[in-house]
Design a protein around this ligand. Structure first.
Ligand SMILES: Cc1cc2nc3c(=O)[nH]c(=O)nc-3n(C[C@H](O)[C@H](O)[C@H](O)COP(=O)(O)O)c2cc1C
Ligand code: SF4
Length: 448
């Protein structure tokens, strides 16, 4: 199931490894020579509403984690009211553990992302684009800053109107570097951060499309989502829909390719572009050279720790937006799996991930703030062999009670913690039980 023709990575000759500073970045001139900004040109020949209709028809599902269709989101934007600016916020926070896909586009083909940004701004009549980038992405921030300057110099952005005044609609594009916190990737935490405040998620509704950054209508999209837009416009909806898979439950399909960053116990970790629907085992065996040192597959974090884990019998799971329903995980997430071999201690994995959620909880909601600390303590106790089976039940109860889906928190960070804990304990229960059992045996029954 190799991809016949790369889309997002077509200007990136081979998936590279090593020091990103020594690799080639596609310049504005090179980008233009290889059909770059042709999608924007085509979009500007259309009415903006037509562009929204095309992206809606393509069912381009968001690549940031939730899989919400971009065109539908764009169509929810509050109508122009002449009362102020409207915004696009590009989410390049990419702080989900195990996720490294957006940085590939920024590292090597930043103009592809800028073209998607310009098209989105035209389609939705947005005035200002904020490129929100992860605090630790120092190199990527410099690359993108340079590309933004090149785009200004070429008249893509600026007062004269998009694409040297081809459209009278002017767009300004700014870089905003995050101070560095996972929660700033949550779309409303991101809006707060851009406003210069602490990245505390907001209660929704109102959704950003109605009341976003600076209280104005705002679209928040992931880098990879926007990077897919130029080719959809250039090559058409039918072409886009010929890649990927339909839903096996009669739901929303998974069209197009996806960047999949594979890490963990594989022979050749890396970020690969693959068609949606590819089985995880194929991704590992054909793209990553198989399991490391010929070991057996034990499990995987599905697509960022927030999605939970796949069990040993789920190696063939199809990587599409139905994976949540099919494999009892939260969803496809960022489609960046972390693979575990047979020697992995799943209790240690759970404890390590729980530490992440505890540290990154912003503290606004009691179940998340307090629960994440208790989950970490319980898992530490289980790992040390100091826990009883009552602690295991408490762990599941705690995890299962927190999150947006439970109606107990403001944002989805707590759902990530919930799914991680529940899926790892349920799918590797015997491993957890082995750690708590000894505490159960009454002292007088222990063989001497
Ligand atoms: C805790 C948390 C962290 C998130 N981090 C990111 C992130 O780093 N990048 C991203 O694109 N989306 C992230 N999201 C999802 C965003 O809230 C939002 O759904 C996404 O940026 C929308 O873009 P899309 O529709 O193009 O996928 C996160 C969500 C949560 C709950
Ligand atoms: S769920 Fe957690 S991270 Fe999200 S707003 Fe509440 S306390 Fe903050």
């Amino acid at each position: 199931m190799k991809l016949s023709e790369p889309i997002l990575t077509k200007r990136i000759p081979s998936i590279p490894h090593g020091d990103p500073k020594n690799r080639h970045i596609v310049s504005y001139d090179e980008f233009v020579k290889t059909d770059g900004y042709k999608g924007l040109e085509k979009a500007l020949d259309m009415e903006s509403a037509q562009v929204v209709a095309i992206v809606k028809d393509a069912i381009l599902r968001g690549r940031g984690g939730a899989g919400f269709p971009a065109g539908l989101k764009w169509s929810f934007l509050a109508p122009e009211d002449g009362k102020g600016l409207r915004y696009l916020c590009i989410n390049c926070d990419e702080a989900e553990p195990g996720t490294f896909k957006d940085r590939l586009l920024v590292d090597f083909d930043p103009h592809l992302v800028l073209e998607g940004i310009a098209i989105a701004c035209w389609a939705c009549k947005l005035d200002v684009a904020y490129f929100f980038i992860r605090g630790e992405y120092h190199h990527q921030a410099r690359v993108m800053e340079r590309a933004i300057q090149e785009a200004y110099a070429a008249g893509i952005f600026g007062k004269q109107g998009l694409m040297r005044g081809k459209s009278k609609h002017p767009v300004e594009c700014y870089m905003h570097r995050s101070a560095g916190a996972y929660i700033c990737g949550e779309e409303t935490g991101l809006l707060e951060a851009i406003e210069g405040k602490r990245g505390w998620p907001r209660v929704k509704p109102p959704f950003p499309a109605v009341k976003g950054v600076f209280g104005r209508p705002t679209i928040v999209n992931n880098v990879e989502t926007l990077a897919a837009v130029p080719d959809i416009l250039l090559r058409g909806v039918a072409w886009w829909k010929s890649i990927g898979v339909e839903s096996s439950f009669g739901g929303m399909p998974s069209y197009g390719t996806k960047l999949m960053g594979v890490s963990g116990h594989v022979a050749r970790p890396g970020c690969f572009e693959a068609p949606l629907g590819i089985p995880l085992s194929t991704l590992v065996n054909e793209y990553c050279g198989g399991m490391r040192a010929g070991k057996k597959f034990k499990g995987a974090i599905a697509g960022g720790v927030s999605m939970g884990v796949l069990g040993t019998d789920q190696f063939d799971a199809a990587m599409d937006f139905d994976i949540g329903r099919r494999c009892d995980v939260l969803g496809l997430g960022t489609a960046c799996p972390t693979i575990f071999d047979e020697e992995t201690d799943m209790v240690a994995v759970a404890r390590n991930c729980a530490r992440f959620f505890m540290n990154e909880s912003c503290g606004q909601c009691t179940p998340c703030r307090e629960g994440s600390g208790w989950i970490y303590k319980l898992l530490t106790r289980i790992e040390r062999g100091d826990a009883t089976s009552a602690d295991l039940d408490l762990l599941l109860e705690l995890g299962g009670s927190m999150g947006l889906s439970e109606g107990t928190t403001i944002c989805g960070l707590a759902d990530g913690n919930n799914w991680l804990v529940r899926t790892i304990v349920n799918k590797f229960r015997s491993e957890f039980e082995r750690r708590v059992k000894p505490k159960f045996i009454p002292v007088h029954l222990v063989a001497r």
